[in-house]
Design a protein around this ligand. Structure first.
Ligand code: AMP
Length: 185
């Protein structure tokens, strides 16, 4: 977890690779559907372009399907999900159905102004349609209002590890792995 631009996607890929499990990124799945112009993609695009969350029913159904695939049987790393309280409830249900439980929730922290700069630079490279300055600022607000409260929920469950997300990719990955070890112990 972490605000937009904190490096969730990058870290998810590195860590999933190190842990030998798939990274399941709801943002990536939505973007793939937008690109392929599927019904799901057409619906999601309206919300994504405005910097809003895709409705919970749509997102939850997609995650439920994805986590039922064979490669998720031995574990997975979620990137960008859950983002709302109803999604937390659905994830709990999905995990219970599969006889799984969360090992940890990693939150990447960073100064919002640093993040906006980072995202504007990324927009130039990737050309993402949700990366205009106005939309970027809106996404930060949506995160603060809808997703930040989830950190408290997972902290109360004893699952939260907060890691400074500012630094070189490799450096941040090492911090995350070290923080996960403290949770194991
Ligand atoms: P991301 O790449 O994780 O920043 O996600 C890009 C966009 O996809 C978000 O701004 C949302 O519009 C949508 N999205 C990704 N994950 C979720 C989620 N868990 N719930 C709702 N919308 C999501």
């Amino acid at each position: 977890m972490g605000p937009p631009g904190a490096g969730k996607g990058t870290q998810a890929k590195v860590l999933a690779d190190r842990l030998g499990i798939p990274a399941v990124s709801t943002g990536d799945i939505f973007r793939a559907n937008v690109k392929e112009e599927t019904a799901l993609g057409l619906e999601a695009k309206r919300y994504m372009d405005a910097g809003n969350y895709v409705p919970d029913e749509v997102t939850n159904a997609m995650v439920r399907d994805r986590l039922s695939e064979a490669d998720a049987g031995e574990g997975f790393l979620l990137d960008g999900y859950p983002r709302t309280l109803p999604q937390v409830g659905t994830l709990d249900d999905i995990l219970a159905e599969h006889g799984h439980q969360l090992d940890a929730v990693v939150a990447l922290t960073a100064d919002p102004e640093v993040l906006v700069d980072r995202m504007l630079r990324r927009a130039k490279v990737d050309g993402r349609s949700d990366d205009s300055e106005e939309v970027i600022r809106h996404r930060q607000e949506v995160y603060t209002a809808e997703t930040k409260p989830l950190l408290r929920v997972y902290d109360q469950r004893g699952l939260l590890v907060e890691v400074d997300g500012v630094g070189e990719i490799e450096e941040v990955s090492e911090r995350v792995l070290a923080a996960l070890k403290t949770l194991e112990g």
